[in-house]
Design a protein around this ligand. Sequence first.
Ligand code: GAR
Length: 196
Amino acid sequence: HKQVAILISGGGSNMMTLVDSMTGDHPARPCLVLSNNADAGGLKKAAAAGVATAVVDHRPFKGDRQAFEAELVKPILDAGADIVCLAGFMRVLTVDFVTQFQGRMLNIHPSLLPKYTGLHTHARALAAGDSTHGCSVHEVTAVLDDGPLLGQARVPVLPDDTPETLAERVLTQEHILYPDVLRRYAAGDRTPVLLG
Ligand code: GAR
């Protein structure tokens, strides 16, 4: 099996759908859930599912990204990860870190990239009057929320949507898209998929 490390910062709902998907004839298994935030709700869920967890708090490094990443990389290497999945990991990574995992690191982003890189994607889609919104899984490169697309899922924007209702609709699709992409990626298939 390919070994998968999943990096989170928060609730970890995407992480759990990835963990739950990696059973049976799936070509990968979870080897580590790693967070920059000791309070991330996903850590307990991962541990309860029997997955090894680790925390590397970014705050003591006071903005020194390279020093933070020098620690962050250790549990990933120790776990023998073949693939790294960012799943709601809210720290920007340096070129050096990304290069180390180039071609084997994925990210999920809550917009139809190349639209709305960065934060507040749902509010921005609403403000723009978009009728369609969604989420993307892509290979991570040195440019934030850039890199080859592996899959996208679309949702309609409804007249009464708030950023919260739209986020919820998108998140439901994230939970379908990310496991779908990871399964194919772990099997060596990088053909982009479009759902919805
Ligand atoms: C997800 O919507 C994910 O796409 C987004 O954070 C949420 C994490 O939820 N990621 C980003 O915004 C990355 N910049 P989760 O912890 O429940 O998976």
